[in-house]
Design a protein around this ligand. Structure first.
Ligand code: FAD
Ligand code: NAP
Length: 865
């Protein structure tokens, strides 16, 4: 029964392609919502992944109680998992059980491959062609075709010549395969290889494993269902499932906030050990906050795992070949195994390292490598999949203006939320590229996508719309966010299938969304809450295009702001200056420490009769070093020489310069111009004492953040006018340069991005009087001339109330002929660039600032020597 007469013109309302985990849940939700639907499945039966991958040892690598549907609260009455990690037959039985229990089979047509799908713009329908029916029409088309459903084409020459048995883990026969006493080769050591190798070794007379890249594998510790999980499920299943939905990867877990090197070596070792013993991949990579983002942190963990491999494998040469060294742990999907490494201790099992002894080809009787000829009775290919896009590319899909999807994605997939792609109206993707998909517990991600799609169809129907499509700009914004998330990780450092690197000729693009299931869900929900932001809809209700970008903040900045909002901190302007100082100091002291530097010395400088505390950071390399005098942020009211500790450490280490962070006097006790005068005092003192400090006289620069940037800019002008001391460069980070509250950034970014406009007004009110407004020492932008100032790097942040005055100063410097580098930090806030170890996306900006400082200081050295 059509729910709405507008749908009557089509054969069915919705066509779903694929009857795996996703297709089944779509059948459940769509049928319950009253849609006519057809599920078309190429395989002879339902089950998807769990239908096809029947190789010995195939299991889940996410605990069974997590890798299941959550929509059926009664499941415990008629289903029980037998072990922590269920086998393929058990999961397939489960999927059949769900299909039967909820009467889903009647929607599914098996043995039917979709070959073509064409969008008919005039009638707003999809025409779908299969091997059997030549044209089925539907308003909506949902691709539940799987991320790992199309086996990779084997690119080893001679396949057709081999006379023995050939098996693919991804297309394993239904009848049991007996390897007893046979000579067997396994090619590939990803998850499928790692799971099947120990099982094949139980039967084979001789087993040779051909390994191109070793994997990081963790013992699964399989056994009974974990008691703790069962208890949680028994007491509050709804809460447990909700925690999974709001978790980083689809299994209840709190994102680690601890940077690796913030704890001593022994504690690190214990944490690694605990992560290893847990036998859970998602726990493993959460051992520390920076395992997936910091190369050094990752390397220490990788070495811990290599130690575990060496401890199991008897032959040192084999052990060494099994230890991955060419990519960071986690950047290729790690594996979960049962007895994988110990298998290589069996006398009839041998590892051939294809990286050093490449496969030349397959012969009639076996495999030839460069160094050896092997004879086999059976070859097993565990060589992986054309992941994420393979199943979509295998269908001839054409969208608006007959544009083929393959052409549209020639340089890599582009989607909005991984759910839809511009130019292909009413085409939905389940766990498509640009969504967390394969980086998460897929069961949770599939349910979330299906729920989103079905709710969207319902909303369309309620709103009088028939067609929905993302806008190009929304899609571009989302893909930039996907790239930003990936850019904060080490994923790009491996030739993985996440990047398409396993398939020759495939564009190298990191495809999944690495920001986490929780952040992803929040984005999807926000899009709906904001009336389908980024989508154009049309139908009897007319046309509504709600263009816009859903995630403009850098992912870690967003996370920070959400944490701050959840903490519910009082606004600065509601406090006394002293309380605000105490609050600010507490917050800054709780931030992760910055990197190690050579030496940190606290001291007091005495200049012009004024004593100012300072903290000096010396690089680890040999001196003499250039010197940078640094002015902290805090609106000339808050902060001191130590509150920007991590930022100074970071810049010191990156620029190889001494950083002297100076504690200038603060308002309201000593208002303007005390801070600027102190800034000048500090610069003169540093210039006069450079040699004693281990510095190189003549190579002096200034740097400051926020109000400190304001002081740094003013000091450069005063020094220029006075003719001394010579300052060779200025680095101004989100500086205030005229406190002009009429600027647009003060209204655009007034609230919600850390520093608020009312906080800036409050700070300004403490520091200066209206009458001081045009004094260039307060508002360097008002200087009569900016000519002759030292070369500058000015970093401004997109979501900062003071952004526009920083931008204006950068423009004015350049216009005055000052060599100026202007970094516009996209998706950043006033504070975020300084939050070293917390806001990883700020690292490239800090690197640019440090590079600029290096250049300023090096240029001067060349001129001097
Ligand atoms: P699939 O299960 O892949 O189903 C897609 C279906 O679409 C297939 O049946 C296919 O035949 C059909 N199809 C494709 N193209 C067409 C077409 N043109 N016409 C008709 N039908 C078509 N994920 C986890 O989260 N945890 C795990 O432990 C885990 N283990 C895995 C183990 C293996 C061996 C593999 C290969 C993957 C594993 N995955 C795991 C990922 C797994 O793919 C997903 O968890 C999940 O099963 C995907 O479900 P799906 O319905 O989206 O896709
Ligand atoms: P995979 O991870 O891509 O592994 C394929 C292996 O074959 C790799 O070792 C690869 O080497 C090798 N290979 C490919 N072509 C080769 C060639 N021409 N010569 C030599 N070696 C070659 O594929 P997979 O093991 O099937 O796993 C894919 C994904 O499916 C997993 O990452 C996981 O997400 C999922 N999965 C999960 C489980 C589970 O535990 N539940 C089990 C199986 C699969 P290179 O690395 O050098 O390319």
């Amino acid at each position: 029964m059509p729910v709405d007469s507008r749908f009557a013109a089509t054969d069915t309302d919705v066509i779903v392609v694929g009857a795996g985990f996703a297709g089944l849940y779509l059948a459940y939700r769509l049928s319950r919502a009253g849609y006519r639907l057809r599920v078309l499945e190429a395989a002879p039966d339902l089950g998807g992944t769990w239908y096809w991958n029947r190789y010995p040892g195939a299991r889940v690598d996410v605990p069974s109680v997590d890798y299941m549907y959550s929509f059926d609260p009664d499941w415990q009455q008629d289903w029980q998992w037998s072990e922590k990690y269920a086998t393929q037959p058990e999961i397939l039985r489960y999927l059949h059980h769900v299909a039967d229990k909820h009467d889903l089979r009647r929607h599914i047509t098996c043995g039917t491959r979709v070959e073509q799908a064409r969008w008919d713009e005039d009638n707003a329908v999809w025409h779908v062609c299969t091997g059997h029916d030549h044209d089925i029409t539907a308003r909506f088309l949902v691709m539940a075709t799987g991320c790992l459903s199309v086996p990779k084409h084997v690119d080893i020459p001679g396949m057709e010549r081999f006379a023995g048995e050939v098996y693919f883990t991804s297309r394993w026969p239904h009848d049991p395969v007996d390897f007893t006493g046979k000579r067997v080769a396994v090619i590939g050591t990803g998850s499928s290889g790692v799971q099947s190798i120990p099982m094949i070794a139980r039967q084979a007379g001789r087993l040779v494993v051909f390994q191109r890249t070793p994997t990081f594998s963790v013992p699964a510790g399989n056994g009974p269902l974990p008691a703790q999980k069962l208890e949680l499920l028994a007491t509050d299943e709804a809460g447990y499932r909700q925690a999974a939905r709001m978790s980083p990867a689809g299994v209840p877990m709190v994102r680690s906030q601890t940077p690796t090197f913030s704890v001593p070596a022994e504690e690190r070792r214990q944490r690694y050990e605990t992560a290893w013993e847990a036998g859970e991949l998602l726990v493993l990579l959460n051992a520390f906050a920076d395992v997936m983002s910091d190369r050094e942190a990752n390397e220490e963990f990788a070495e811990f795992i290599r130690g575990k491999i060496r401890a199991v494998v008897d032959d040192p040469q084999t052990a060494s070949a099994l230890c991955p060294t060419t990519y960071p742990v986690g950047s290729k999907r790690p594996c979960l195994d049962t007895g994988y490494y110990a298998t290589y201790n069996l006398p009839y099992v041998r590892l051939v390292d294809v990286a050093t002894d490449p496969i030349r080809g397959i012969t009639e009787t076996g495999i030839d490598t460069a160094a050896e000829s092997f004879e086999f009775d059976a070859l097993v290919f565990a060589t992986g999949f054309d992941a994420l896009t393979g199943a979509l590319a295998a269908i001839d899909i054409t969208g608006r203006d007959a544009v083929p999807l393959k052409d549209d994605w020639a340089n890599g997939p582009a989607t909005y939320l991984g759910l839809m792609t511009a130019g292909f109206p009413n085409l939905f993707l389940i766990t498509g590229p640009g969504s967390p998909s394969v980086l998460s517990n897929m069961a949770v991600s599939i349910e979330q996508h299906v729920d989103w799609v079905v709710d969207c169809l319902t909303d369309l129907r309620a709103g009088g719309f028939e067609v929905i499509e993302p806008t190009k700009s929304a899609q571009t914004g989302w893909m930039r966010h996907v790239d930003d998330c990936a850019g904060m990780t080490l994923y790009a450092c491996a030739n993985s299938w996440y990047l398409g690197a396993n398939v020759p000729g495939k564009p190298r693009v990191f495809m999944p969304y690495a920001g986490g299931v929780d952040f992803y869900r929040a984005a999807c929900d926000e899009v709906v809450a904001r009336d389908y932001l980024g989508f154009a809809r049309s139908g009897s209700a007319g046309v509504r295009c709600n263009d816009g970008v859903v995630r403009r903040l850098q992912p870690d900045v967003q996370m920070l702001l959400e944490q701050m909002a959840a903490a519910g901190s009082p606004p600065l302007e509601s406090m006394s200056a002293d309380d605000a100082r105490a609050f600010y100091a507490l917050w800054r002291s709780a931030l992760p420490p910055g990197p190690e530097v050579g030496e940190v010395v606290d001291g007091v400088l005495d200049g012009d009769g004024v004593e100012l505390a300072y903290r000096l950071y010396r690089p680890p390399s040999a001196g003499p070093y250039p010197v940078v005098v640094y002015f902290h942020g805090g609106g000339c009211v808050l902060g001191d020489a130590t509150t920007d500790d991590a930022f100074c450490r970071d810049l010191c280490a990156r620029s190889d310069a001494i950083f002297i962070s100076v504690d200038y006097r603060h308002a309201p006790e000593t208002p303007f111009p005390a801070a600027v005068l102190d800034g000048m005092t500090a610069v003169r003192w540093a210039a006069a004492n450079a040699t004693e400090l281990g510095g190189d006289p003549g190579r002096l620069a200034v740097c400051g953040w926020s109000a400190g940037g304001n002081i740094a800019a003013a000091v450069c002008q005063i020094a220029r006018d006075a003719g001394a001391p010579e300052i060779v460069g200025q680095a101004l980070v989100t500086p205030a340069t005229d406190y002009d509250f009429t600027r647009k950034s003060y209204s655009d970014n007034a609230d919600g991005y850390g520093l608020t406009t009312s906080a800036v007004r409050w700070l300004f009110g403490h520091y200066a009087r209206e009458a001081d407004r045009t004094d260039p020492r307060l508002a360097p932008l008002y200087a009569e001339s900016l000519a002759g100032l030292p070369p500058a790097v000015v970093a401004t942040a997109e979501f900062d109330p003071v952004r526009d005055e920083g931008d204006a100063y950068a423009r004015a410097l350049a216009a005055a002929g000052v060599a100026t580098e202007h970094i516009r930090a996209r998706g950043h806030t006033h504070d975020s660039l300084t939050l070293v170890g917390f806001v990883l996306s700020g690292a490239p900006v800090r690197a640019e600032i440090a590079d600029a400082l290096r250049r300023f200081l090096a240029a001067e050295r060349l001129a001097i020597h």
